[in-house]
Design a protein around this ligand. Structure first.
Ligand SMILES: [Mg+2]
Length: 271
């Protein structure tokens, strides 16, 4: 199966459409090409240190308009799960203001005293006190959830420890493993199918990271497309057990490919 059958791209953000605050010079051309081919564009980021509104305005500053409902983030996936499965639970959130506010706005009972569930996010405001509290709650029987399993977040100055690493610390202290909700979990796969309304055969995940973006595809039956413009190199891919369906240098090459495909079927796309 080729890209012909894809009706919707779900794009990762960092390393795929931009690096830090620098939009790749081919991203707008890619978006334009996809639009001309009638392919729907959605975004999904695992970065739980921010929220959907933040990313919509980040894209806007880069000259990209994204409708509110098309910006998906791991925060929304865990919130949906909590509302459905633990609606009365008291939740201690280890996270930034963005994450905590998302929880409060969704109507979750956020507390920092007695809790039933500890949620670890990518907390760039993490303190030792928060870690002590989390470990105490978990030792006393609280459920341990993590928003996204990434170990590191790439920045312009190198890697910084992400949610997965913070959860490893809680694991080392308590012996309790975290259940994660962002990419590549089935929670995220179900969430993407529900939100976009596309079926698995017509949707493709595009991202730069093998163990999150590409694993989301391979674990859950979506088409996955690796771009080498971010974290993973060709060598990483060859060594990895997680293999994408397609590999491209960047979105630029995907544009070229789409143009070829749709020129071949020009009558289907002409107005
Ligand atoms: Mg990325």
């Amino acid at each position: 199966m080729g890209l012909e059958s894809i009706r919707c791209f779900v794009l990762d953000m960092d390393g795929t459409i931009y690096l830090g605050n620098k939009l790749f010079d081919y991203t707008k051309e890619f978006l334009h090409t996809a639009e001309k081919c009638g392919i729907d564009i959605w975004y999904y980021t695992n970065n739980s240190s921010k929220n959907a509104k933040f990313y919509i305005s980040k894209l806007k500053k880069m000259g990209i308009e994204c409708e509110e409902h098309k910006m998906l983030i791991s925060n929304q996936v865990i919130i949906k799960h909590l509302l459905k499965e633990h609606s009365d639970s008291r939740v201690y959130v280890v996270g930034t203001e963005y994450l905590v506010n998302d929880f409060i706005e969704a109507g979750i009972r956020v507390t920092d005293t007695d809790c039933d569930i500890v949620v670890m996010g990518f907390d760039t405001t993490l303190t030792y006190e928060k870690l002590v509290k989390s470990c105490d709650f978990v030792r006393n029987g609280a459920i341990l959830y993590g928003v996204n399993m990434d170990y590191n977040c790439p920045t312009e100055t190198g890697f910084i420890p992400d949610c997965g690493s913070i959860c490893q610390l809680v694991y080392a202290s308590t012996g309790v493993k975290t259940e994660f909700f962002g990419k590549p979990s089935s929670h995220t796969a179900d969430f993407i199918l529900e939100k976009t309304g596309y079926d698995k055969d017509s949707l493709a995940i595009i991202g730069d990271r093998l163990y999150t973006d590409i694993a989301l595809g391979t674990n859950n039956g979506f088409t996955s497309i690796l771009v080498l413009s971010g974290e993973s190199s060709h060598e990483d891919m060859e060594k990895s057990e997680t293999k994408p369906d397609f590999v491209f240098g960047s979105l630029k090459e995907i544009s070229k490919n789409l143009k070829k495909i749709y020129n071949l079927h020009e009558t289907a796309t002409s107005e």
